[in-house]
Design a protein around this ligand. Structure first.
Ligand SMILES: NC(=O)N[C@@H](CC(=O)O)C(=O)O
Ligand SMILES: [Zn+2]
Ligand SMILES: [Zn+2]
Length: 426
């Protein structure tokens, strides 16, 4: 079957907009350029209406909560939420119940994905049994069961020895260790960034070193073991600097940053409410500046959402009681485009790159480009019309501080393997 996408633009490596047609044959991209419609018979025509055509977005950090916490999200609702955001490949975290720490449990999650997902989901396996820094998982067995990489996201690996042994195992198998870095002995019950604002709100703070000191430990262990070490949701200026220096030394470290840490800071926390609570927390303005510089100089490799749904009851309370986490899939591109491209701080090409090719390259995913012959995983965005982020999410949850924001870049279409998985208005 031949599908034609017409009336759309792509952004070139030089950040120019080129009007093109995209020819999809079955599930792959057959041609991108000016096509003579009359010479080919297209069974399906998609009108991009002057929108931006990009490779389907790639998110290496989402939480879909199934099995175990289906009241927050399911594979069906999480993947639909990703599709609405323009994402076609997402990597799902293993803080589930049961934690997929054996090949049987991981196989079960993979079966659910197979059955219910509308986008491509790569499932992470944990580093340790039950995410406790005690017993390592069987890395090889989980790799053979299609584990994407190994991570205890949600908690840090508390002991250096455990992390060291995990890195050695992962390195042997050529797999990445993906780290949520948080030294619990430096947490002291904190719920938001430690600083002027936490003082003003009378809330216990989380110091930056809770994150950065564990990154410092880990890059040295990554040097010893040669593993690919990827840091989740980098949030502090010290973390950026440690990673910058590690990269200079040739250590195989990469990292991601979340839109909310780029856009918001602790000063934006106007009240003690769960919708502002996430881990790591919104930091200070000099941290935010360092994250932006980190992206621009290549210290930070890509953008990931850390889509972390929780129920309204859980989040609609004081930060002292609420769980950490905000949703992100349905507004990530729109927020990045509005806050950074429209204000000329990043180019459109950069934002698209950090949300497609960059994460794909880090983990060797065969996606993230519109190259001829690649899977027809494609997103189309309307950059011209303003819209409001309202709380009618496809996700089961609506825990985000961005509700009510005016943004550009609504997703018009998302295609996975040439099939429409999201169409605005349908
Ligand atoms: N980011 C969060 O605040 N929460 C995540 C866990 C995590 O990503 O660390 C969650 O699972 O809810
Ligand atoms: Zn985390
Ligand atoms: Zn997470």
């Amino acid at each position: 079957m031949n599908t034609l996408i017409k009336n759309g633009y792509i952004v070139t490596e030089d950040n120019e907009l080129n009007q093109v047609d995209v020819w999809i044959e079955d599930n792959v991209i057959k041609a991108v350029g000016k096509l003579k419609e009359s010479t080919i018979s297209f069974e399906k025509i998609i009108d991009a209406k002057g929108g931006l055509i990009t490779p389907g977005l790639v998110d290496v950090h989402v939480h879909f909560r199934e099995p175990g916490f289906e009241y927050k999200e399911t594979i069906a609702t999480g993947s639909a939420s990703a599709a609405k955001g323009g994402f076609t490949t997402v990597c799902a975290m293993p803080n589930l119940n049961p934690v997929p720490d054996t090949k049987e449990k991981l196989a079960h999650v993979n079966q659910l994905i197979e059955k219910d997902s509308v986008v491509k989901i790569k499932q992470y396996a944990p580093i340790t049994k039950q995410l406790k820094s005690e017993e390592l998982v069987d890395f090889e067995a989980l790799k053979n069961e299609k584990a994407f990489a190994f991570t205890n996201d949600g908690v840090g690996v508390q002991t250096a020895g455990t992390m060291y042994l995990a890195m050695k195992e992962a390195a042997k198998l050529n797999m990445a260790i993906v780290a949520h870095t948080e030294d619990e002995s430096l947490l002291f019950g904190g719920v938001m960034h430690q600083g002027e604002i936490s003082k003003k709100l009378g809330l216990p703070g989380i110091m930056s070193a809770t994150e950065s000191s564990q990154i410092a430990r880990d890059v040295l262990l990554a040097k010893e073991t040669g593993v690919h070490y990827h840091v989740c949701h980098v949030s502090t200026k010290e973390s950026v600097e440690v990673i910058r220096q590690a990269k200079k030394q040739g250590i195989h470290v990469t990292c991601e940053v979340c839109p909310h840490h780029l856009i918001l800071k602790d000063e934006d926390i106007t009240k003690d409410h769960g919708s502002f609570k996430m881990n790591p927390p919104l930091r200070a303005s000099d941290d935010q500046k360092a994250l932006i510089e980190g992206l621009l100089d290549g210290t930070i490799d890509c953008i990931a959402t850390d889509h972390a749904p929780h129920s309204h009851e859980e989040k609609n309370q004081s930060m002292l009681k609420s769980p950490f986490g905000i949703i992100g899939s349905e507004s990530a591109f729109q927020l990045m485009y509005t806050h950074f491209v429209k204000t000329n701080r990043f180019t459109l090409e950069q934002v698209v790159y950090w949300m497609t090719q960059a994460p794909s390259k880090l983990f060797g995913l065969k996606t993230g480009t519109l190259n001829i012959g690649s899977a027809a995983d494609i997103a189309i965005f309307d950059l011209s019309k303003e819209m409001t982020i309202s709380d009618d999410f496809v996700s089961k949850s609506n825990n985000t501080p961005f509700i009510g924001e005016q943004v550009y870049g609504e997703t018009i279409y998302t295609l996975v393997d040439g099939q429409v998985v999201w169409h605005k208005g349908e």
